[in-house]
Write a protein that binds this ligand. Structure first.
Ligand code: NAD
Length: 352
């Protein structure tokens, strides 16, 4: 019988791509989202991203619920009223800059929201969780590539990263408290790009905090130029280096995680990097974007952004060994798909 997955934050960028992958592989999916970073158009019952996901999958969600993880009663009721096998937990606030200005909101949403979810899960004896963690838990690294056994939390540079680290600490302690739990903490590097259809993609509701949506918004004429934060890093061209991962590789990583989490091997807490293992500088991303899409990206190098680190890239071996997963798409695919989405949807999910 098909398993039922509760997906929190499923209307967002990563969530919507994963929900599509899950529906296409015959999982029943219940999505909960508070719409803090998703678009629901007037007279629609679901966020636009999920309407498109259902169309692409040619399959319906089992249920969509608008609601907030900060509301314990609401979460309790979801578990009381539905049979759920596995939870995939994307819901979080994710802007590094905003987290510095609003630490309490970030800790409340990301840490307390997760604790509420875990309490409801425990009450209903649902003990399998796939958590969206982040490379930011490694902080400002002393060694590269970043391997899962390195210490985390000690050099986190902002409340967002610390909130992800705190949740990992909670999850580890929870797994220690009872052998029933199986938790995979997927540490994403930098997810970019869009589904090959160009119908779903990243649609930040504020000024983009990440490079690729900024690039595509400049390309489409929404913004005059790209600001590159720092041209004096100790890297070959002076700009920061990151490990970018195509969103479809990332969603495939979640599918592998779902397929495996029910086996005994995954009892306890398991952090796993999802990255390619290869770093690209900002200037390399821009030049690949320009050649993949035939579009010019005007840019200006400005001061470094507080909290940014020089270079991050993953050791991606564990995901390969344990999940049988490896990223297959390159920077060209990432840039081409990001542009396909943005040029097909200049205003993102909004119609006007
Ligand atoms: N995109 C990245 O670069 C990146 C990198 C590393 C980790 N992550 C993590 O992956 C997850 C998904 O990221 P994303 O890029 O899809 O972000 P997103 O903002 O597009 O999606 C998150 C979704 O969660 C919802 N949400 C937030 N707080 C909620 C709450 N309290 N209750 C219910 N819904 C809530 C939002 O409305 C949104 O639809 C997040 O946990 C994020 O921290 C993202």
């Amino acid at each position: 019988m098909s398993k039922t997955i509760l997906v929190t934050g499923g209307a967002g960028y990563v969530g919507s791509h994963c929900v599509l992958e899950f529906l296409q592989h015959n999982y029943n999916v219940i999505v909960v989202d508070n719409l803090v970073n998703a678009v629901k158009l007037e007279n629609q019952e679901m966020p636009e991203s999920l309407i498109r996901v259902e169309r692409l999958a040619n399959k319906k969600l089992e249920k969509y619920l608008t609601g907030d993880l900060k509301d314990q009663q609401f979460i309790d009721e979801i578990f009381a009223n539905n049979h759920i096998d596995i939870v995939v937990h994307f819901a979080a606030l994710k802007s590094v800059g905003e987290s510095v200005a609003k630490p309490l909101e970030y800790y409340e949403n990301n840490v307390s929201g997760t604790i509420n979810l875990l309490k409801s899960m425990r009450k209903s004896k649902v003990t399998k969780l796939i958590f969206s963690s982040s490379a930011t838990v490694y902080g400002d690294p002393e060694v590269l590539p970043l391997v899962e056994t390195l210490p985390t939390g000690q050099t986190c540079t902002n409340p967002y990263g610390r909130s992800k680290h705190m949740v990992e600490v909670v999850l580890k302690d929870l797994c220690k408290s009872s052998p029933e739990w199986s938790v995979m903490s997927l540490r994403y590097f930098n997810p970019v790009g869009a589904h090959s259809s160009g119908d779903i993609g990243e649609d930040p509701q504020e000024i983009p905090n990440n490079l690729m949506p900024f690039v595509t918004q400049v390309a489409v004429g929404m913004r005059p130029e790209l600001k590159i934060f720092g041209g004096d890093y100790n890297t070959p061209d002076g700009t920061g280096v990151r490990d970018y991962i195509h969103i479809e590789d990332l969603s495939n990583g979640h599918l592998k995680a779902l397929e495996q989490i029910t086996t005994e091997l995954w009892k306890d807490f398991h952090p796993i990097n999802l990255g390619t293992g290869r770093g690209y500088s900002v200037l390399e991303v821009i030049s690949t974007f320009e050649s993949a899409n035939g579009v010019k990206i005007p840019y200006k190098i400005v001061d470094r952004r507080p909290g940014d680190v020089t270079e991050l890239y993953a050791d991606a071996k564990l995901a390969n060994e344990k999940l049988g997963w490896t990223a297959t798409r390159d920077m060209y695919d990432m840039c081409a798909s990001a542009w396909k989405w943005q040029s097909k949807n200049p205003k993102g999910y909004k119609r006007d």
